[in-house]
Design a protein around this ligand. Structure first.
Ligand code: GLU
Length: 557
């Protein structure tokens, strides 16, 4: 029989001359310190990078680099039907945007490192060497069942109320003889290679997942596919071969792979290879009224990492936020070390939560606001400009044309003890600064609701205040004089020059100096909210202020 297996293996893989030993020599043990982690990110180029990818990659990256190990990128492109154009670029950009240093892997300039090729479509010969080995040992076999036959098997299984799949007595091709196989091949019949499962469904395997703890799922009994009819491996087979050869110590992946873990364990066993440590991470959840649910690609745009780029979140903030979800002691550490590099935090596997984490956009927004508030003016300017270059070219031109002006605007409220926290993400900035630019200015002259209770602040008064201010504003005034002038203007029109006075005797005034400031703000900025008016006016300059006031007196109805 053994002889037949070898003959079958030669028949199926006539061109495979290399032996598994030859490959083992090409992939020697890595020379790393004790306890070093070798981790990988292994995306398929399907064009969809999501929060889970960042989640897993951060775990990979931290564990490898914290331990003096290796973090590499492997492209899993064996399902060519699912491949999307441009996806590869998305993966490279992902590493750059999030500054996730790779030690090895597939890069824009090809392979980097000695354990490649790092793209599975270039590893076909390698998979064939090991598939041939399995066949020659009677652990795998060619299966010629066509889709109709498989459908037939399934129908019968259902009719008999048995589990579906290619297993046990249903494995039509398990025991084909050499001559049967030979004649089918001569006949041009298509085949795949299946793994011959030696599992017993009554038995369980035991795997200690470093996130989930001890797992004991039933053994796999199905004869899973090893090589598809196009000669490319399935995920299962490629995972086992690649992670063995590339010496991955820790496989960090989504828990959608838990169901097939028994297949992987069985394949490692068939080769007699050491199992890597597994770390299956849970999905991200979203709070919805009274229940939590999995973030979904279809329903939740915020699952996709592209969403954050488009909206203009700062990648560091997203990373920071995910760190708070990954290790519960991270936030405390950050509080004690506000300026420290994230990589100085001691990341621990033990702290990774086995259950799904709630993704809370508000929390990310808080982190972002605080982060952006303390950026230097140059930094925020460059961030906004780079974002606009990609997503809003008109705004980019505006920012680029008058750089100093843009920087002056962005510097308002920056740098002091209590910096302003107006900006959460880059796509907000255009609206935030729009009133500084003629081409973006779209005034809303609605007066505050509180004016409804102050009937004496009528339209005529409002316009007169704006008109008068045209003659008063002087860009050389310091902030004290500037405000004194507004107080005088208030008094002139029957408003209390101090809020205190108004509060004491409201019946004596039309309103307070605050109301006058508000009128000027609305007249000049076309909105009720703006940072410090003195600074805003100074940056705008006299001409713009006067033009705005003039326009207001004409347009305000
Ligand atoms: N290519 C697989 C995926 O994208 C990788 C899973 C793994 O990390 O092993 O889900």
């Amino acid at each position: 029989m053994m002889n037949d297996y070898i003959k079958i293996a030669d028949l199926l893989f006539p061109d495979v001359k290399l032996k598994p030993e030859d490959l083992e020599k090409k992939y020697p043990p890595r020379n790393l310190p004790d306890g070093a982690f070798v981790t990988r990110f292994a995306p398929s180029p399907t064009g969809f990078l999501h929060l889970g990818c960042l989640w897993a990659t951060l775990i990979d990256e931290r564990l490898a680099h914290q331990s003096g190990g290796v973090f590499y990128l492997r492209i899993e492109d064996t399902d060519q039907k699912r491949e999307v154009k441009g996806a590869m670029k998305g993966i490279f950009d992902f590493f750059e945007i999030f500054n996730l240093n790779l030690d090895e892997g597939y890069t824009q300039d090809g392979d980097k490192g000695n354990y490649g090729p790092y793209i599975q479509s270039k590893r076909k010969e390698i998979y064939h060497v090991f598939a041939k080995q399995l066949v020659s040992e009677g652990k795998a076999y060619p299966c010629f069942c066509n889709p109709e036959e498989l459908e037939e098997i399934k129908k019968n299984q259902k009719a008999m109320k048995e589990n579906t799949g290619y297993y046990g007595k249903w494995t039509k091709c398990r025991d084909l003889t050499y001559s049967e196989i030979e004649s089918k091949i001569k006949n041009g019949d298509k085949f795949i290679i299946r793994f011959k499962s030696f599992g017993d469904e009554k038995k369980r395997i035991a795997v200690n997942d470093l996130i989930l703890g001890l797992l004991d799922p039933p053994e796999n009994i199905r004869d899973e596919i090893v090589l598809k009819s196009d000669g490319l491996p399935t995920y299962h087979f490629a995972h086992v071969i690649d992670d063995h050869l590339m010496k991955t110590t820790h496989v960090v992946r989504g828990d959608e792979w838990l169901a097939t873990l028994p297949i992987h364990v069985q394949m490692f066993e068939a080769f007699g290879w050491k199992l890597p440590y597994y770390m299956h991470h849970a999905v991200l959840l979203k709070q919805e009224e009274n229940s939590k649910r999995k973030l979904s690609k279809r329903k939740d745009p915020e699952l996709a990492l592209d969403y954050y780029s488009e909206v203009g979140y700062i990648p560091e903030c997203l990373k920071e936020y995910i760190m708070t979800l990954l290790n519960s002691n991270y936030e405390e550490w950050r509080m004690a070390n506000p300026q420290a590099d994230l990589n100085e935090f001691k990341f621990t596997v033990e702290k990774l939560s086995p259950s799904g984490a709630l993704f809370d956009l508000n929390k990310l927004n808080d982190i972002s606001k605080n982060y952006i508030a303390v950026l230097s003016t140059d930094e925020i300017y460059n961030r906004v400009k780079n974002w606009a270059k990609k997503y809003d070219n008109d705004f980019y031109k505006i920012l680029d044309e008058r750089q100093q002006y843009a920087k002056d605007i962005l510097s308002i409220g920056r740098g002091g003890e209590k910096p302003r926290k107006d900006i959460t993400f880059m796509s907000e900035v255009k609206n935030y600064v729009s009133y500084f630019y003629g081409e973006l200015f779209a005034p809303d002259y609605t007066m505050p609701e509180s004016f409804g209770q102050k009937p004496e602040i009528n339209k005529v008064i409002i316009k007169n205040i704006a008109k008068d201010y045209i003659d008063i504003y002087d860009s050389t005034d310091d902030s004290i004089i500037w405000f004194d002038k507004i107080k005088e203007l208030a008094a002139k029109h029957g408003f209390a020059p101090e809020t205190k006075l108004y509060k004491k005797n409201p019946q004596d005034y039309k309103g307070s100096v605050g109301d006058v400031s508000m009128i000027l703000r609305i007249a000049v900025c076309g909105r009720q909210n703006s940072p410090d008016m003195y600074e805003v006016f100074k940056i705008m300059g006299k001409d713009m202020i006067c033009n705005r006031l003039q326009r207001f007196t004409e347009e305000y109805k």
